[in-house]
Ligand binder design. Structure first.
Ligand code: GLV
Ligand code: MN
Ligand code: MN
Length: 417
């Protein structure tokens, strides 16, 4: 590692990074030490405002694009050279933890501040991005901000998506953008030279191996659907079962069929129904409608294609009494990260004498969209017992700081190449 890089990395401040996690965790705090910061909610707006306060205190430029992705930029010597980017997301699951996503944004800011404090100049600008709606807990699908940024999806596709209370994403987005007027508008399609995202592992491998750093090799494939089952509401006491068009009964039949489809003795396939809305949702009325989500994942391209392609027809056939609509909301092939960026991360970890290993990601991340438009890879740090999407999610301050140091070193190498 160059001497000026070593000086910059030495300025990564573990206490400042931890303090900022603690401050962010107050926004949307829920019992059990977790957070609920739904995308484009007032809590999301508060976290954006706090990030902007820290960024502007250091004199960094800030931008927002039309889907609300926020960019914090430290200029490079060559104004026109595409920047090196890092970041993650600030929205959370409804019962989320204090690290999923926000760590990648705060570690990015920490790396940028450390680089700035050391005074080192880089050829390219370095940008920290907070992507809009990575989680997809409130508005489906997930990873919207990065999908639109990378040109994989259009903003227009998402503006009409509604949350459980009927609020349209377009309206929530307008409110969010209006709340951060100091972020200068920026168009989509700004090219990037490379992207490095840091995140807690959300699994148990690094902790088990006793290694503080993971060099992530890729992300498994993922398919999402909304399944809408429509029948008729009736009296629960008087209507003979044989005459009913019971949407819950058919939803159960569909889910059982999908469970059979995705049964895997090796436990590699992941199948989840995590969201379900029942109408009219009363104990003594037969359900007229059920809307539920389907999330299927697998690391092999042929398998995720076979499973994903089978869902719509299987769902329609399994419903004996109701009408069924199956809407695909996300198609993501497995992605392999760039070997040059993985090597830069590994070199940084080795130079800092941090034990590391390569591993794939079971979770989805914005890096999977960035990998479509520039060389990209990720850094993982351990989290306690591999627990995530749970308020008990936890990570050690020293591991978070180690990830930020590796990030700073890798960003410096990439920003000077
Ligand atoms: C991200 O949170 C995912 O669903 O993998
Ligand atoms: Mn995440
Ligand atoms: Mn998550």
């Amino acid at each position: 590692m160059r001497e000026d890089s070593r000086n910059a990395v030495a300025r990564v401040d573990q206490d400042r990074l931890w303090r900022r996690h603690t401050e962010m965790a107050r926004i949307g705090a829920i019992p059990g030490n977790g957070v609920n910061r739904a995308a484009l909610s007032k809590e999301d707006i508060a976290s954006r405002r706090l990030l902007l306060t820290w960024a502007r205190a250091r004199g960094f430029e800030v931008f927002a694009d039309p889907i609300g992705n926020l960019f914090v930029r430290r200029p490079g010597v060559e104004a026109d050279a595409p920047p090196v980017m890092t970041g993650s997301h600030m929205d959370s699951q409804p019962r989320g933890g204090r690290f999923d996503g926000i760590y990648g944004v705060l570690a990015g800011l920490e790396a940028l501040e450390a680089i700035d404090e050391s005074g080192v100049q880089t050829r390219r600008a370095i940008e920290v991005v907070a992507w809009t709606n990575e989680e997809g807990g409130r508005f489906q699908p997930c990873t919207m901000g990065s999908a639109v940024y990378a040109g994989a999806r259009g903003l227009d596709e998402f503006l009409g998506v509604r949350d459980n209370d009927g609020v349209a994403l377009g309206d929530a987005l307008q409110e969010t953008l209006a709340a951060t007027p100091e972020a200068r508008p920026r168009a989509f399609g700004t090219p990037a030279a490379a992207y490095v995202e840091v995140h807690i592992e959300q699994g148990p491998l690094l902790e088990k191996a006793g290694k503080p750093i993971g060099v992530v090799t890729g992300i498994q494939g993922q398919r999402w659907f909304n399944v809408e089952v429509s029948g008729r509401t009736d009296h629960a006491g008087t209507t003979p079962v044989g005459l009913r068009r019971d949407a819950v009964r058919d939803a159960i039949a569909i889910i059982n069929a999908l469970q059979d489809l995705t049964r895997d003795p090796d436990d590699v396939t992941r199948f989840t129904v995590g969201r379900m809305l029942v109408t009219p949702n009363s104990p003594n009325s037969v359900a007229s409608h059920v809307l539920f989500s389907v999330d299927v994942r697998h690391p092999e391209p042929a398998t995720i294609k076979r499973l994903g392609d089978a869902v719509p027809e299987l769902a329609r056939r399994a419903a004996a009494h109701c009408d069924v609509k199956v809407l695909p909301t996300l198609v993501h092939d497995p992605c392999l990260f760039d070997s040059g960026v993985m090597d830069a991360i590994e070199r940084a970890a080795n130079d800092l004498r941090l034990p590391n290993m390569r591993l794939p990601s079971g979770a989805g991340h914005d890096a999977m969209y960035m990998a479509r438009i520039c060389p990209a890879a990720m850094i993982f740090v351990p989290c306690e017992n591999g627990i995530s999407h749970n308020e008990a999610e936890n990570a050690k301050p020293e591991d978070l700081a180690a990830g930020a140091r590796v990030l700073a070193a890798a960003l410096l190498e990439l920003a000077n190449s």
